[in-house]
Structures are given as C-alpha cells and as structure tokens.
Design a protein around this ligand. Structure first.
Ligand code: SF4
Length: 276
C-alpha cells in the first residue's frame, strides 16, 4: 500500500470481504487517492455509506464513518452536513442503493444542492443479496429476478442527478482510475451537490450470469465501451449505442444549502428573530 494512503485504512479490518476480481477495491483506491490529493485533514473527513457490497468500504476506511441503512445514506449525510458544515462528507452507495430505495433521497439532495460528494458504485446488480436486477441493470441482461434478461429500461443516473439540480456530475469506470480520482477531486471542490458514478465489475453476481468472462475481461469491456464526453459530442445516437460516456458531464452553479442555512441562522440572531 502506498504510504500516502496507508493511514486512511483500518488495517486491522483487512483482508476485505469482497470477491476476487471485484471492482470495489479499485474504486475505493480512487477515493483515497482523491482524499490524499485534496490534502484533507483526516479528522475532518466523514464517510457515509448505505447497504450492499460497496457500502462495506466504510468499515475499511479510517475516517469518521457511518454505515447506515439501505437507501438512506444521503439522508444521514444531509443531517451530518447541516449540523457540521465544515466536514468533508463523501457518500458511498451502490446502484440499487442509490437509484431504487434511495432514489428520492438522491433527487432531493441534488435539488437542495447540499455540499456532498456522492460516489455511486454501479456494478449493474444487487451483488450482496445474490444478484437481483437493479434499476441500473442494462436492458436484456440477466439477474436472479430476470433469468431470461430484464425487460426494463435502465436508468441514466447522471442525467437524473443533473436534471434534479446537481451542480457537478461525472462518470468514470473502474478501468479509468485516474479519471475517477480527478472527478472526485473536482466533485469535492464543487461547492454543492456532486455525483460521480463509476461503472465497476461484479464478476460473481453479474459477470458469470451474463457471460462477461474473467474480471480482466470485464475491465477490458469497460475500456472498449467507454467514450470520453468530448468525443461523444461529435457522435450520433447510433454510434453511442451501448457506449458509456465518461468524463465531467455537467457543471453549473446554484446556491448551496448549508451556506444559506447558516446565513439564515445569522440573520435571525442579528434581527432578534425567533431563535433568540
Ligand atoms: Fe463484488 Fe459482486 Fe462479490 Fe459483491 S458479489 S463483493 S459486488 S464481486
């Protein structure tokens, strides 16, 4: 382990529980590299996770960490950030966690533009519970709940976050680790709600069932199907079929919730409002 990140891990909790070839470790590495690059005080970093294989990451990180309930990571993180706005809060969620049971929390965190950095591990499946289809399982792909392939359309979580008001949105893959770290650095520096989706591999619950080969083959698939946003702007919908658009997808500005919240408290105190 590189010395600059070793202090970020609870080494007594290792080895981790993830399957061989799982992408979660790669994504976690991208996150700690971003925290190192940002030079954040370890005691001012808070990690909030939901439930699922990726959520287990909170147990391995030596920050203040909260392993919360399914779909509610953003709700817990919202409370933490409103109470302690000086903290650097990263929220780790899986695709099912964030887009199904947690979908409303995502929409409203984005709408509020609260200063959180959400990292979504999208492995296209509910891995921990045995491989059920999530809202982000691509159409036609197999899952325990869709043995002949899911009939549903999958979500574009980045589009959803952008439409709901997120002020920074990006996507990487487990293959594109430097891009992932760069997006997390940008997401954290954005004063508002940032969402970074990372397409990652679950060789056990998704890969085997969908004949995606070995973990290395799944990483190769990510490499071959990813298109940078700059190139994608010059491609038509046919050329972009089955492609993953990566890079910084959206950036905007809007008032940030905790800043406005603090201002309101200040104004009420100065004006002799109901807080006094
Ligand atoms: Fe990773 Fe899938 Fe195994 Fe969960 S089930 S640890 S996501 S490979």
């Amino acid at each position: 382990m590189l010395p600059e990140i070793e202090g970020f891990f609870r080494t007594d909790k290792l080895p981790h529980m993830w399957c061989p070839g799982c992408g979660n470790g790669i994504v976690l590495h991208g996150l700690v590299k971003a925290i190192a690059e940002l030079g954040l005080d370890k005691n001012k970093v808070t990690i909030v996770s939901g439930i699922g294989c990726s959520a287990r990451a909170a147990a391995y990180l030596d920050f203040d960490t909260v392993h919360t309930t399914h779909g509610r990571a953003l709700a817990f993180a919202t409370g933490i950030k409103l109470a302690r706005p000086e903290l650097n809060v990263f929220v780790l969620m899986g695709d099912g966690d964030c887009s199904a049971i947690g979908g409303n929390h995502l929409i409203h965190a984005a709408r509020r533009n609260i200063d959180l950095t959400a990292l979504v591990f999208n492995n296209s499946i509910y891995g921990m519970t045995g491989g059920q289809a999530s809202p982000m399982t691509p159409s036609g792909k197999r899952a325990t709940t869709a043995p002949t392939g899911t009939l549903e359309r999958s979500f574009d979580l980045c589009e959803l976050a952008r439409a709901a008001g997120a002020t920074m949105v990006g996507r990487a893959t487990a293959f594109h680790t430097r891009l992932l770290t760069g997006l997390l650095v940008k997401g954290h520096r954005n004063k508002g709600f940032s969402l970074v989706e990372v397409i990652t591999q679950c060789p056990t619950a998704y890969g085997r069932r969908n004949k995606m080969g070995q973990p290395a083959d799944m990483l190769r698939w990510q490499k071959e199907h990813a298109v940078d946003i700059k190139a994608a702007r010059n491609m038509d919908s046919g050329q972009l079929q089955d492609k993953i658009i990566i890079g910084e997808l959206h950036r905007s500005t809007a008032p940030e919730l905790t800043t406005r919240y603090r201002q309101l408290i200040q104004e009420l105190r100065e004006g002799g409002g109901f807080l006094d």
